[in-house]
Design a protein around this ligand. Structure first.
Ligand SMILES: Nc1ncnc2c1ncn2[C@@H]1O[C@H](COP(=O)(O)OP(=O)(O)OP(=O)(O)O)[C@@H](O)[C@H]1O
Ligand SMILES: [Mg+2]
Length: 315
């Protein structure tokens, strides 16, 4: 599969703290990633590891502090013109807050068509109805306001609005985290269908490994602003090489399996304001040794996956 989106050495810094005590927080720290055309790439990791910051930077809502993002081989400029912005669209956890409560579904879908001058007159109404069909919503809901829709229906409207501009890439940030189990299943099926029918490429962010396991072709695992393992979902979930992914998977309860205690040292990851030297995971890693304190492990290829661990060869 062709590379569609390429991220090289991406860094995103924030300045935090009051005057006099301002400090730099590097939320994304040297991320390299390729997203292939037509794939669903999962992005997982604990709260605060930089998933949303990476997502916002991919879609152009957040300016990078360094590194490069290319789409279809074209380097994306820091300030993206509208024609470039529309190629990468994003949906969020809470479609209730991203949809204007005063606007009907029709108005929500017409807005991007008008902003990007994609249809007019009779073409607009036809396109709006086509978008409703794409996300499997009945046309009678076109005159409804968001408050009268279920969470799953609102998320479908958000997806339809993102698809209105025919993006190359859809970035979904915790798009099912606020939904119940049946709405989650339906939205996951919809994303999988859209990938097949439209050839849509999806970056799917979730802290829920079981959701990612069912949907994503490949998964990138982030820890404190960095990618620590990346590979085909079935492979890296069956044989995780990084101790962090091993710990995450051990903490996921599986039907019929005894609940394993996560072997992580400490509940919380260290602060991004003061990340550990060497390997960032070493302070919670059950296998850490001297070299992990002094030397940052590079992301290397092992058995078809990429892994950043000094013990990668022994895994
Ligand atoms: N605008 C901002 N200003 C300062 N710090 C920020 C800002 N946005 C994010 N951060 C910090 O950057 C780090 C990464 O945050 P981010 O929201 O990307 O994490 P996340 O992986 O999406 O977490 P979650 O799973 O909770 O959504 C956190 O330490 C967060 O506090
Ligand atoms: Mg987030």
């Amino acid at each position: 599969m062709r590379t569609l989106l390429e991220v090289e050495d991406l860094r995103v810094d924030f300045t935090v703290g009051a005057h006099g005590r301002r400090r730099r927080l590097r939320a994304v720290d040297g991320v390299d990633l390729v997203v292939r055309e037509g794939e669903i790439l999962g992005l997982v990791g604990e709260s605060g590891c930089g998933k949303s910051t990476l997502a916002r930077t991919l879609v152009g809502l957040q300016a990078p502090s360094g590194g490069r993002i290319s789409l279809g081989g074209d380097l994306l400029p820091r300030r993206r013109p509208a024609a470039v912005r529309k190629r990468i669209q994003m949906i969020f956890q809470d479609p209730g807050s991203s949809l204007d409560p005063r606007h009907t579904v029709r108005e929500a879908l017409l807005a991007p068509l008008r902003v990007h001058r994609l249809a007019d007159g009779a073409g607009e109404e036809a396109r709006v109805r086509e978008l409703m069909g794409l996300v499997e919503l009945p046309e009678r809901l076109l005159d409804a306001k968001p408050r009268s829709l279920s969470g799953g229906q609102r998320q479908r409207v958000a997806i339809a609005r993102a698809l209105a501009v025919e993006p190359d890439v859809l970035v979904a940030d915790e798009a099912v985290a606020a939904l119940d189990a049946s709405a989650t299943g339906a939205i996951l099926n919809l994303l999988a269908d859209l990938r097949t029918s439209l050839g849509l490429t999806v970056v799917f962010i979730s802290h829920d490994l079981s959701v990612v396991r069912g949907l994503c072709d490949r998964v990138a695992v982030m820890y404190l602003g960095r990618v620590v393992e990346l590979g085909r979902t079935a492979e890296i979930f069956a044989r995780p090489r990084h101790p962090y992914l091993q710990a995450l998977l051990a903490a996921v309860p599986r039907v019929g399996a005894p609940i394993a205690a996560p072997p992580l040292e400490g509940d919380e990851p260290p602060s991004l304001l003061d990340p550990p030297s060497g390997c960032r995971f070493r302070t919670r890693c059950p296998a850490a040794f001297d070299r992990c304190v002094t030397e940052e492990p590079a992301l290397v290829t092992r058995g078809g996956a990429l892994v950043a661990c000094h013990l990668a060869d022994r895994c």
